[in-house]
Ligand binder design. Structure first.
Ligand code: JAH
Length: 239
């Protein structure tokens, strides 16, 4: 899979992209992440990429010209246009189903906003999808793009050591439950004991206890959700 990141701050990325799982994914050639500096597509002597909003208001917007020229130049390097994703607070909320969908793409182009965001014609001209990683405002889309790359890359076939661990992750099973508590040594820490069932060696009881804990944790986090009710219809399992 190839992932392009369009940003005014490419220097923010290399340390993160070299990190453990992502670094291994790139070294193996399974995920090819490339950075493009939007400034390289600015025109005029001032290499301007932003301008004031029509109708007034605070701050500056990314101009459509440089962003569209940059994405189209990247698309020209490849037979298919790929999915173009704009990271912006008003976008579709990123969740594990969307991450799974992205992980099946041959190519993603992630465009990071700065200032107050983008001229609305960027999305229209590129047929881009707007995505948000959560309801808070960042100073730009770079941190959100890193979240997308990290979540997507670990699902690309061959990247994770075991497919089993991806299947068992929070939000990933048939019911998309969060994981319950987990324990490692020591058996007692500051008077807090590991639940006896986990030391019982009874794998049936352990699985039942874990499912109960996952249901309780999911319900605590989102009491309105129906994923923990007995009548819930699970979605199709990924893979
Ligand atoms: C902030 C451009 N929820 C994620 C997210 C994504 C992008 C931005 N904020 C939040 C953002 C300022 C300028 C993009």
């Amino acid at each position: 899979m190839r992932i392009d990141i369009v940003t005014l701050f490419p220097e923010m990325f290399p340390g993160f992209l070299a990190g453990s799982l992502l670094g291994a994914a790139r070294d193996s050639g399974l995920v090819d992440v490339r950075l493009t500096n939007l400034r390289d597509f600015a025109t005029g002597v001032h290499r301007q990429v932003d301008d004031r909003p029509y109708g007034g208001g605070p701050g500056m917007l990314l101009m459509p010209g440089p962003v569209v020229a940059c994405v189209e130049a990247l698309q020209a390097e490849w037979p298919a246009p790929g999915r173009v994703v704009i990271l912006t607070p008003g976008g579709r909320r990123l969740d594990q189903p969307l991450v799974e969908e992205f992980s099946r793409a041959e190519r993603l182009i992630l465009v990071c906003g700065r200032y107050e965001g983008f001229d609305a014609r960027v999305r229209e001209a590129l047929g881009a999808e707007e995505v948000s990683i959560g309801d808070y405002v960042l100073s730009g889309g770079e941190a959100a793009a890193l979240v997308v790359v990290d979540a997507v890359a670990r699902l690309v076939p061959g990247v994770l050591g075991t497919l089993e661990s991806a299947r068992l992750d929070s939000f990933s099973g048939t019911d998309r439950l969060v994981e319950g508590p987990q324990y490692t040594r020591p058996r007692e820490f500051r008077g807090l004991a590991v639940p006896d069932v986990l030391l019982s060696g009874d794998h049936g009881r352990i699985a039942a206890w874990r499912r109960e804990q996952a249901l309780a944790a999911t319900r605590r986090r989102d009491p309105a959700c129906d994923r923990t009710s007995p009548t819930h219809q699970p979605h199709r399992s990924p893979s």
